[in-house]
Design a protein around this ligand. Structure first.
Ligand SMILES: [Zn+2]
Length: 107
């Protein structure tokens, strides 16, 4: 079995950064809107952008959590579709990849 400890560590570090970001975004979203209409319009755009960013952060956190789970149960780095090992270069570029490059391309 391969040791994916260094990947687990970098995933945990990334997870910590993401959860900090989500917390900050949630704080921003709780701020009341400025009473001035012009300010309010830009404020609403900003909060929409924040919500999108928060959603993306949460989605990434879910993928990281899943990858950490796979590292723990020893299935990390194995393609969920064909059962072959995922190329290390692919895992490096996309640490929470669940499929090998061939399956991801739909082969
Ligand atoms: Zn595959």
């Amino acid at each position: 079995m391969k040791d994916h400890q260094h990947i687990a560590e970098s995933l945990r570090a990334r997870m910590a950064r993401l959860s900090e970001r989500v917390e900050r975004l949630e704080e921003d979203l709780r701020q009341p809107l400025d009473p001035d209409f012009a300010e309010q319009a830009t404020g609403m755009e900003a909060s929409e952008a924040n919500e999108a960013l928060e959603g993306a952060s949460r989605a990434e956190m879910a993928q990281i959590r899943a990858a950490l789970g796979r590292i723990e149960d020893g299935t990390y780095g194995i393609c969920v579709s064909c059962g072959e090992a995922i190329a290390p270069a692919r895992l490096e570029a996309l640490p929470f990849a669940q499929q090998c490059i061939d399956c991801a391309r739909g082969r």
